[in-house]
Design a protein around this ligand. Structure first.
Ligand code: AMP
Length: 477
């Protein structure tokens, strides 16, 4: 069962025919950091849907030929997917499409439901047949079933959402409308904006709005549904509606600020870049170090390193260079390969680090592989002392809402004290961001940090835990 993935969604809705595929391409390209496994788009040309999706990066899947073969349209939605163990199959690529008695539907989803297994079981007992192992297909089925019973797609989405638990930021397209909807806790981000020609854009991050010259309007609120349609005078309009849910305090995933989102994005009014700088400043204040230079691990450790340097008055240096052409070390299939990939991905600048006492900033330690390798590389390059500072608290709990944080079994901080971890990674000292600093980082917006404190805002069913970490359902079965 594919139940852990971090993804990016994008949608554009206009009134006249345009190169929607090209615009989606730009949108997806700017969201590529949210998923590198698969991508896809669905173009709506007056109610005719054309789908193209495949495994691979945006630039690989959407070659010039493929883009040229897609029709012009008045709307389109698109998706980049980051799946992990066992879920690497084309069938799980999105957007997903459904043809039903009353029309058609395309859905792009970011996040993970926590009640997929029970929803799916109930639907299957009721005759539904699933073609994929993705929770997005479950969402499609819930919406379609409701759509057959009620008079509008917005009502169907609202009713379907009442049965969903967990994290979902969705962009949904029908023949005549587009809907952007965010779960009641606002776990994953979702924004919308407008282009000069009056077309509307919805996306996981503001960086995708910028990519298509859309002016941001605002974030979709937790439990809110934005319905885009065409009015009687032929103008594209949007309307805000509430989905059926209990009002709850916002709990946006704090890891979006720490690692996932691009630093030039703004989530719920907070700049991701600034929040990382703040984390670095707090680290410098709380855990100072006697050192000559501060260096960051590219890319997500760089902003916090700038913040640390600013506050500590220790010079910021570029000490590590990232090879832009390697994949993510995190998803390499085994420990040996993961270690080797770190070496391929990052290399130290000897003239900068040799003989220096270094503060090394990274955004997180999960299994400990990356930090151990980097400390080793820096020592080989002649570093005298290495003081590791991490711009997030220790990871002690798995995430079930869409971030690939491993089972407790592999989380180094679940089993070892900070002193022990320092020894294991070979650092002279080690410190993590204090938990309370997350509030400052997110400027008081409500956030979920269950991976750090174990306080899950949506209860995690036992069978989900089992399914995710013991793999009792085989991919493709
Ligand atoms: P590890 O090597 O297992 O300690 O993982 C920590 C490194 O992986 C850090 O450098 C992070 O930037 C990166 N990282 C943390 N969480 C994730 C994630 N969910 N997916 C991919 N990379 C991650």
């Amino acid at each position: 069962m594919s139940i852990h993935e971090e993804c990016g969604v994008f949608g554009i809705f206009g009134t006249h025919k345009d190169d929607m595929a090209g615009l989606c391409y730009y949108g997806l390209f700017s969201l590529q950091h949210r998923g590198q496994e698969a991508c896809g788009m669905v173009v709506n040309d007056d109610g005719v849907f054309t789908v193209h999706k495949d495994l691979g990066l945006v630039g690989e899947v959407f070659s010039d030929d493929v883009l040229a073969g897609l029709p012009q349209g008045n709307a389109a939605i698109a998706h980049v997917r980051y799946g992990t163990t066992g879920s690497n199959c084309k069938e799980n690529a999105q957007p997903m499409t459904v043809n039903h008695l009353n029309g058609r539907l395309a859905v792009a989803h970011n996040g993970n439901l926590t009640n997929t297994l029970s929803l799916r079981k109930n639907l299957e007992q009721d005759g539904a047949i699933f073609h994929t192992t993705s929770d997005t297909e479950v969402i499609c089925t819930c919406i379609t079933r409701q759509r057959l019973k009620c008079s509008s797609i917005e009502e169907a989405v609202s009713r379907a959402c009442a049965s969903l638990e967990g994290a979902y930021s969705l962009v949904i397209m029908t023949s005549t409308k587009m809907i952007a909807v965010r779960d009641p806790l606002g776990l994953r981000p979702l924004v919308f904006g407008v282009r000069e020609d009056g077309s509307y854009v919805a996306a996981s991050e503001t960086c995708a709005l910028e990519a298509v010259h859309a002016k941001g309007i605002r974030d979709v609120g937790p439990g809110e549904m934005i319905v885009f349609s065409v009015n009687e005078s032929g103008k594209a309009i949007y309307e805000s509606k509430k989905i059926i849910c209990e009002k709850q305090p916002q709990r946006t995933c704090v890891f979006e600020y720490i690692y996932f989102s691009r630093p030039d994005s703004v989530i719920d009014g907070v700049s991701v870049h600034q929040s990382r700088i703040t984390a670095g400043e707090i680290l410098a204040q709380t855990y100072p170090a006697d050192a000559d230079i501060v260096i960051g691990v590219p890319d997500s450790g760089l902003d916090a390193a700038i913040g640390y340097a600013k506050r500590s008055h220790i010079p910021y240096e570029t000490g590590l260079i990232k090879n832009k052409y390697t994949g993510r070390s995190f998803i390499a299939p085994n420990q040996q390969l993961r270690s080797d990939t770190v070496r391929l991905k990052l290399s130290p600048i000897k003239s900068v680090v040799s003989g220096q006492r270094i503060v090394l900033i990274d955004d997180s330690i999960v299994r400990g592989t990356t930090s151990r390798r980097i400390v080793e590389l820096l020592r080989e390059a002649g570093a005298k002392e290495i003081h590791v500072r991490i711009s997030s608290p220790p990871f002690r709990h798995p995430c079930f809402y869409g971030v690939d944080i491993d089972s407790e079994e592999y989380l180094i901080a679940t089993h070892h004290s900070i002193e022990e971890i320092a020894k294991m990674i070979g650092a002279d000292s080690l410190a993590f961001l204090p938990l309370h600093a997350l509030e400052k980082m997110t400027c008081g917006r409500g956030y979920c940090c269950a991976c750090f404190d174990g306080d899950y805002p949506v209860p995690i069913p036992k069978d989900m835990r089992k399914d995710r970490f013991e793999g009792n359902i085989q991919e493709g079965v």
